[in-house]
Write a protein that binds this ligand. Structure first.
Ligand SMILES: [Zn+2]
Length: 137
């Protein structure tokens, strides 16, 4: 197990703001605090899709099957700093670390978040995804 820090956002955060935060913090995921003890780890391509679909906030992202839900005993353990709850430390297995350990590209595939490519074209890694790009940076 290795440690991974991800930014923590509230459910009413806009997808654009969440994406900006990922880029600032150099991470390709965020932890969404849904309240009531439920936290969700969302990857960059999920947030990018939400921007494209004009979702109002990260708590209302429709394609939940793309999101890794964190629950006690799952392969990600979670610790939230209650004093300054802006970051979450996760203990994760090495195989999922590369999914999160760098900031999101402005163009990435909508299936697995692979970076690069051209808007609307197939994923450059050939995974079957389609490239989506976040503009106006
Ligand atoms: Zn891909």
């Amino acid at each position: 197990m290795v440690k991974l820090d991800l930014p923590l956002v509230k459910a009413n955060t806009t997808p654009r703001k969440a994406f900006d935060l990922m880029r600032t913090k150099n991470r390709s995921g965020i932890v969404i605090d849904l309240g009531g003890g439920a936290h969700v780890v969302a990857r960059a391509h999920v947030i990018a899709s939400a921007i494209k679909q004009k979702a109002a906030n990260v708590g209302g992202i429709p394609d939940l099957e793309e999101i890794v839900h964190w629950t006690p005993g799952s392969k990600a353990e979670i610790h939230i700093d209650e004093i300054a709850p802006t970051n979450v430390t996760l203990k994760v297995t090495r195989d999922i670390l590369p999914l999160f350990e760098q900031g999101p590209a402005l163009c990435l595939c909508d299936k697995n978040g692979h970076p690069g490519g051209v808007e609307g074209e197939p994923c450059p890694r050939g995974c079957g995804g389609t490239v989506i790009c976040i503009k106006s940076y």
